[in-house]
Design a protein around this ligand. Structure first.
Ligand SMILES: *Cc1c(COP(=O)(O)O)cnc(C)c1O
Length: 484
């Protein structure tokens, strides 16, 4: 029996509808001895059973649409539903990606306009000269950025370049990327303000440094006031400045990395420009460059001439392809929709409110927690449960587990690694005062519980199927059946 008849039969049996025969050659390709002798034992479930199963599963999942999601460093803002509608418009969603590779420019003018618009908007927002939308995540963008830097040094015959300077507060992807591209990491510690130590930086800077990779504002939620000086010093040694733009949500329309002196950057479009993300995807990490690196960009370029878009075929020094079809197109589409809906003023306001919200939380919680860097923060604030741990044996993890029972997503804990018992809170601009206050009240309640009955924390969360798994063992021997 070939697959065509199986398909038709199963359709007839299940729902009584006869579908038209498949218009494909379904003759068996597998040799006889490899083919199934008996029918596959597939689970037989009705549509209703399946719907009920997945609906129940989805309601177990926590998302920003359900409640506050202050996961620091992740920018879990509300994703307006109109943007999902735009992204699913037939004209976009049913485009075949090969229309791009087949040079069918005429039939994809609208799609190309979206990419060109997005690249231009990103240039305007960041002060960079050119952008590519091809990288499919922030970390992928970092990798491309480092490849471009590598190409630059190879082209200039800068053979002595071996090192990349990174502060100890960086996101883990930064040193991982640098190592993957074949450079060695020089880690520089943070000073008492949370900045990369300036004197130490000057000491480590020399002709062998290929690049300096910085996150601005950094993962402590702090904007380095010496950032311009850092760029100038690095450039004296022909080291390129890489800007990890995952925290752009703090400075949209306020500061432009290109104006500060950065040569290359990525931007986490899924974070800053509102695409539902988490659990590993989907993402998009466009990379922007200045004149020094423009020629090396990936070879999927487009240009506009007389109101028409064309593929750029003259990219001789391009590093080639890093992903197909202009990257994660659906995310580009969501980003441009978001930008057009908000406009310049809307995006500026978003950033200002994100910063205001984080500072409000910091001010409310300061009397109850340790504050490692006590100053105005940017889009996120970092607290520490160091004293709670010392006095009452209540850790950052205990606080996180406690919050879960009140329908709150926990903040990021134990990151950045430089802060002991770190609790990192990023409210974003889309939360209102009421929900932020409710969160702060719960955090304060947790501290009061620590003071009065610290042992009680061991019982939280009380409402979940799995409460306190042995994290290390769960990674190696995951047993999902124990979730009831
Ligand atoms: C999220 C993040 C990244 C990595 O981005 P992905 O899109 O998750 O790959 C890199 N740097 C910083 C500072 C981040 O917050």
């Amino acid at each position: 029996m070939n697959s065509k008849t199986i398909f038709e039969k199963s359709q007839e049996n299940r729902v009584g509808i006869k579908l038209p025969p498949l218009d494909v050659d379904t003759s068996p390709i597998l040799p006889e001895y490899l083919r199934r002798k008996a029918k596959a034992k597939l689970p037989e479930l009705s549509e209703f059973d399946v719907i009920r199963h997945f609906t129940n599963l989805s309601s177990k999942n926590f998302s920003i649409d359900k409640n506050f999601y202050p996961l620091g460093s992740c920018t879990m803002k509300y994703n307006p539903k109109i943007i999902e509608k735009i992204a699913s418009l037939e004209g976009f969603s049913s485009l075949h990606p090969h229309l791009i590779t087949n040079d069918e420019e005429d039939s994809v003018q609208g799609a190309l306009e979206v990419i060109d618009d997005l690249q231009n908007y990103l240039c305007e927002i960041t002060g960079m000269e050119a952008f590519t939308t091809t990288p499919q995540a922030g970390a992928h963008g970092e990798m491309l950025g480092m490849m471009l830097i590598d190409s630059y040094h190879k082209e200039k015959n800068n053979k002595q370049k071996k090192y990349v300077i990174i502060p100890d507060s960086s996101h883990g992807t930064n040193p991982a990327t640098v190592t993957m591209i074949g450079y060695k990491v020089i880690t520089i510690k943070s000073d008492e303000n949370g900045y990369m130590d300036f004197e130490e930086f000057k000491k480590k800077m020399n002709d062998e440094v290929a690049a300096v990779m910085l996150t601005v504002p950094n993962t402590l939620g702090i904007f380095n006031k010496k950032i311009k000086d850092l760029c100038d010093i690095a450039h004296e040694y022909d080291a390129l400045m890489y800007y990890d733009g995952a925290n752009m949500n703090a400075i949209l329309g306020v500061v432009r990395p290109g104006d500060i002196g950065f040569d290359v950057m990525h931007i986490n479009v899924h974070k800053t420009f509102a695409t539902p993300h988490g659990g590993g995807g989907p993402g998009s990490g466009p990379v922007g460059v200045n004149h020094k690196l423009k020629e090396f960009l990936p070879d999927l370029g487009i240009y506009k001439k007389d109101d028409k878009y064309f593929f750029n075929k003259n990219m001789e020094n391009s590093i080639g392809k890093i992903s197909p079809f202009f990257g994660n197109y659906g995310i580009s589409l969501r980003a441009i929709a978001y930008m057009k809906i908000l406009g310049k003023e809307g995006m500026q306001n978003a950033s200002k409110k994100a910063v205001l919200n984080a500072n409000y939380i910091l001010a409310r919680l300061k009397p109850y927690f340790d504050v490692p860097y006590d100053m105005i923060c940017m889009h996120e604030c970092v607290l520490s449960a160091k004293s709670l741990k010392k006095k009452y044996e209540v850790s950052a993890m205990d606080i996180a587990k406690y919050l879960i029972d009140f329908n709150l997503h926990a903040p990021t804990v134990y990151f950045p690694l430089t802060v002991p018992e770190a609790i990192m809170i990023e409210p974003t601009e889309t939360e209102n005062k009421q929900s932020i206050d409710e969160f702060c009240d719960k955090m304060i309640e947790a501290v009061k519980l620590a003071e009065t009955n610290p042992k009680e924390f061991l019982n939280y969360p009380k409402t979940l199927g799995v409460c306190r798994p042995d994290d290390t063992r769960a990674i190696k021997e995951l047993d999902v059946r124990s979730i009831h």
